[in-house]
Structures are given as structure tokens and as C-alpha cells.
Design a protein around this ligand. Sequence first.
Ligand SMILES: O=c1ccn([C@H]2C[C@H](O)[C@@H](CO)O2)c(=O)[nH]1
Ligand SMILES: [Zn+2]
Length: 152
Amino acid sequence: MLTEDNRQSLIQAAIQAKEYAYSPYSKFRVGAAFLCTDDTIVNGANVENASWGGTICAERTAVVKAVSEGRKDFIALAVTSDIAVPISPCGICRQVLREFCTLDMPVFLVPVDYPKKDAKDGGILEMTVGGLLPYSFGPEHLELPRQPTGPQ
Ligand SMILES: O=c1ccn([C@H]2C[C@H](O)[C@@H](CO)O2)c(=O)[nH]1
Ligand SMILES: [Zn+2]
């Protein structure tokens, strides 16, 4: 369950995860952390590559770490970087989140100066997976009946 306590732990885990970012090219560190139903946390950082297209964002690092260990029971995500505005997942990460998370799953976008003085919720921008990727395509669409004109 998402309590105030484990929400705080999740935010701290995302901040901590940033420490292991490998970002020599952009020099932009990102940390992400998932809260799972059993209150455990799986984190990740961005991992860049000399061939830039090989770069993996923090959010996908965390998803792939978790799913490849048999964990898909996500209930919240926190993401943070080194800038004083909340950054939000890129388009590819949004689609990957969509695969494994419910559309109403909360996503906490955390500025580096959290908790920001006098800002609502310390400056956190709270979104949902569905809010980040409206009208999305997902696994259930592949289960719908097809017109018989397509490949059988
Ligand atoms: O939500 C985001 C946005 C950017 N990055 C990474 C990718 C790249 O390493 C660096 C600059 O885009 O930040 C993430 O990990 N997550
Ligand atoms: Zn991304």
C-alpha cells in the first residue's frame, strides 16, 4: 500500500539511485524507483553509451531490473534528476511503463531541491501512467478480435 512512509522511502530511493547514473556524455543523472506491493523498492539509473542510441533511461533500467527478476507488481514510481524542475519520462519509457503498470498508477516527479519551500507537496509533480500517455496502445489491444481480412 502507498503510505506516506513508503512514499518518502520511494523518493529517497530515486534520489539515491541517481548516484549510480552512468552519464559521461550528457552529464545528466536520473534516478528512478518503483514501489512494489510488498513494500520493497526496485531502483535504476540512466546508463549511457558511446553509441548514443544505446542509452537506457533510469525508468527503463528499473523496469527491466524488476521484470527480469519476476517482479511486475508495481504500485508507484518516483523519478528525479539534478535539476530544480520535475523531469518526466521520455516517450519510449512511457510506452514501456504502459506495458507493466496500471493506467492509474501514481508517478512522482521530484525536483532536485525537494522539498521546495512554499511549494505544494514540496514541488513534486504527481502524475499517473495514463496521464503521461493518454489514448495509449497496450497489451489488451492485441487480445481483441480481428477482422478476418488480416493474417489468421
Ligand atoms: O526521464 C528521463 C529523461 C532523460 N533520461 C536520461 C537519458 C540520458 O542519459 C540523459 C539525457 O537525456 O537523461 C532518463 O534517464 N530519464
Ligand atoms: Zn526514457
